[in-house]
Design a protein around this ligand. Structure first.
Ligand SMILES: O=C(CO)[C@H](O)[C@H](O)COP(=O)(O)O
Length: 227
C-alpha cells in the first residue's frame, strides 16, 4: 500500500506540472508529495523551463536547490502565479488539514499570496469530514502548556509534537500541538476560535484557499476544480 501511495503521490505531482508555464513564479509546498513535484520541475528546468519558486519550508528549499530550481522570496515577489502543495486531509469544499510536516505557517502564507492554489495528494487524503488526522496548531514555545490548556477547553487533546525523541521545533522556532478534536463539524468556526487564543500562531485548517485538487489512485490522476 505504502509503495502504491508513493506512486499515486508522484502521479498527482506530475499532473500538476501541466499547469506550470514558462516565466511563472511558483509557491512550493512541503511534504513527500511535493518532493515529486520538485523532482519533475527540476527535470523541466534542465530542459529549459524558466521558473522561480518560493519554498514553504527549509526542507523544500533544500530539495529545490538540489534539483536546480531557482529560489526567490517575498522581498522580490508580491504575488505568486501558482502555488502547488500537499495536504493531510481534503474535506468538503476543499477545506484542508495541513501541517503534518510542520510547515503550516509558511505554507499558508505562500498559498495566501498565490493567484491559484493546486493541492496534490493520493486518494487516501480525501475525506467526508475533517478531523481523523489530529489538527496541527503552531504555538509559541513560551507558556505552551497554558496554550494547550486553552485549546483543550475547545474539545481537543493537544499533544506536543516530538520527532526522534526530541520536541519538534518548526522552521519559525515554534512548537506544534497535534490536537485530536474528533470529527470537525465547522472548520471555519474552529479556526476562528483557535486564532483568538493567546499563544496560538496559526492553525492547520486551510479554508477557501484551494482552487484545484489533483487526486491520484489506481485509475491515474484526476483533476477536480472547485465548483
Ligand atoms: O502540510 C504539510 C506539511 O506541513 C504537507 O503538505 C502534508 O503533511 C502532506 O504531506 P505528504 O505529501 O508527505 O503526505
Amino acid at each position: 500500500m505504502a509503495e502504491n501511495q508513493d506512486l499515486y503521490k508522484k502521479a498527482a505531482a506530475e499532473k500538476a506540472v501541466e499547469y506550470v508555464e514558462d516565466g511563472m513564479v511558483l509557491g512550493l509546498g512541503s511534504g513527500t508529495t511535493v518532493y515529486w513535484l520538485l523532482k519533475r520541475l527540476g527535470e523541466l528546468v534542465d530542459q529549459g523551463l524558466n521558473i522561480k519558486g518560493i519554498p514553504s519550508s527549509l526542507r523544500t528549499a533544500g530539495w529545490a536547490k538540489e534539483f536546480g530550481i531557482t529560489l526567490t522570496d517575498f522581498s522580490e515577489v508580491e504575488t505568486l502565479d501558482l502555488a502547488i502543495d500537499g495536504a493531510d486531509e481534503i474535506g468538503p469544499d476543499f477545506q484542508l488539514t495541513k501541517g503534518g510536516g510542520g510547515s503550516l505557517v509558511r505554507e499558508k502564507l505562500v498559498n495566501a499570496h498565490a493567484k491559484q492554489v493546486i493541492i496534490i495528494a493520493d486518494q487516501s487524503k480525501m475525506v467526508d469530514r475533517l478531523g481523523n488526522f489530529p489538527l496541527p496548531v503552531e504555538v509559541l514555545q513560551f507558556a505552551w502548556q497554558r496554550t494547550a490548556d486553552k485549546i483543550a477547553t475547545l474539545g481537543a487533546k493537544p499533544v506536543l509534537r516530538e520527532r526522534d525523541g526530541e520536541v519538534f521545533v518548526s522552521n519559525n522556532g515554534n512548537y506544534i500541538l497535534d490536537c485530536a478534536f474528533g470529527s470537525i463539524e465547522n472548520p471555519h468556526a474552529l479556526h476562528n476560535e483557535l486564532k483568538l487564543l493567546l499563544g496560538v500562531v496559526e492553525t492547520g485548517l486551510f479554508i477557501d484557499m484551494t482552487d484545484k485538487v489533483i487526486l491520484a489512485g489506481p485509475d491515474g490522476a484526476q483533476v477536480i476544480n472547485k465548483n
